[in-house]
Design a protein around this ligand. Sequence first.
Ligand code: ADP
Length: 574
Amino acid sequence: MNSLSLQNKHYDNYFGQQTNLRQTGIEIIGDVPWGTHFCQFYKTKQDLLDILIPYFKAGLKNNELCIWVTSEFLTAQEAMAAMKKIIPGFSNYLKKGQIEIFPSTEWYLKGGIFEMKRVLNDWVTKHDYALKKGYEGLRVSGNPFWIDNKKDWDDFAAYEAEINNVIYMYKLLVLCTYSLKKCVSEEILDVVSNHEFALIKRRRKWENIESVGHKKMEEALRKSEKRYRSLMDNMLEGCQIIDSNWRYIYLNDSASFHSHLNKNDLIGHTLMEKYPGIEKTEVFKYLKRCMVKRKPHRMENYFVYPDNTKIWYELSIEPIPEGIFVLSLDITERKKVEEKLKELNYQKDEFISIASHELKTPISSIKIMSQLASKKLTKSNDKSTLDLVNRIEGQVEKLTSLVGDLLDASRIQSGKLDLKKDKFELVELIKEVISDITTTYETEKPFSIEFKTKQKIIINADRFRLTQVLSNLFTNAIKYSPEGGKINVNVKKKNNAIEVSVTDYGIGIPKEKQDLIFNRFYQAERQKDKENRFSSLGLGLYISSNIIKQHGGKIWVESDRGKGSTFFFTLPIN
Ligand code: ADP
């Protein structure tokens, strides 16, 4: 196998971000990406030196921290002597600590026990130290020569498999050396399948054998990674993957753009390094919660960049096996529109409030004057003019009620709808409102409001405001029953509340609009008056629901389109 096909064989580390290949120094391999885990079978000391000396020589030359875990087969002293002989300037590398040599008993067997987690952690710590010290990454060689029982062998095999699961996250090259004399054939298969490829000497020449399982897995991985990679690379949303040591392991171009930093300057570095003080921020609180407690979170947040631009982001933070995944969407434009809308809404509310106040006085004057005119015309018996004036009065009534609704809606908006509570009997009030509406409400189709109860219910409430709610519900029931007919009113005591319901058999309300009708200015179906003009504003239920809520009650509707509606409200008693 030549070095070219090997380069192609390796899928890039995290979605192609750590594409800078490393020289292995081993001729038949050539260059490999960070995250390569391979092995060598040896029979003699010379076999080991053939591979490991050029391997470490290349690492030292290319500014990598190197760690060689030796065995009694080739001791630390022997390794050191061999390197001194062949690697130019070796003593300098040793002096500045760029190469460290550990006997396997010291590295793998602290306290005489092999503990996978601890050993893996030690590698990660060394790796982080390497990056902190400004090395390109970590190059290591380990060996299981010390193993002399089945349990340790199985544990070591599990450890090798685990390396495959995590190595892609690190700037790490791992070359494991296995003594052919110590492996039975089954074990050789274990070793081959746990590594991307194995070097073995045949007829005095080094050859490279690839694990079939690994190859297949790699193929499948490459395919799915390719899909995700192109998806994520091209997303407008920023995608970042941060590992459990707070290190960036992947960023797409959008994330790099959002962060105002080059992604290559971020990969491999920690969040804290790149954003000093980030631990004190609100965002970090949720990043940490996600990292530690594995809890996803969504939030809006803004950053002020050094050039003073303020950018809003929607952040979606998800836990993933490697650490956390952060999706960021630039919502600055949306925020600007929201601000503008808020401002416009504020202006609209201001306008409604001022206009309705200003309209109140002239309407009252018209009302008084038309009442006077009506009296005079009755006296002079001018019936046709009297009829005109009466119609003016009718329209003034409507105008008064519309302006009243606008004023109430403004009061609610500014939190100034104060209640004046009194104790009174509710059934009596309901009867009064029914009688009032039955005599004054003008409609072409006859209607009747039925309410039968002998109960007496004393409540402590604002009588005027409750009258308003009841009138609204009754007039709606009439208004939205174009064929006329019955309207039923009921009162029921329920625990510490009283429930009032108003049922009509009119047009009903579609399910999807039933929650919306309590919103300001919302109309499920716009209703036209006799002159074919829209005659209401969609404020009645908004005001009613606010009045009920201010009393500590609830309001809701149950309705079937075409069959009718029942509006319910509750009020606390006692
Ligand atoms: P409006 O002044 O439009 O009647 P409301 O706030 O009182 O305003 O009601 C909001 C909307 O709810 C109405 O426009 C109507 O579409 C719907 N609605 C209210 N009551 C009924 C009802 N009894 N039957 C059918 N639809 C109703």
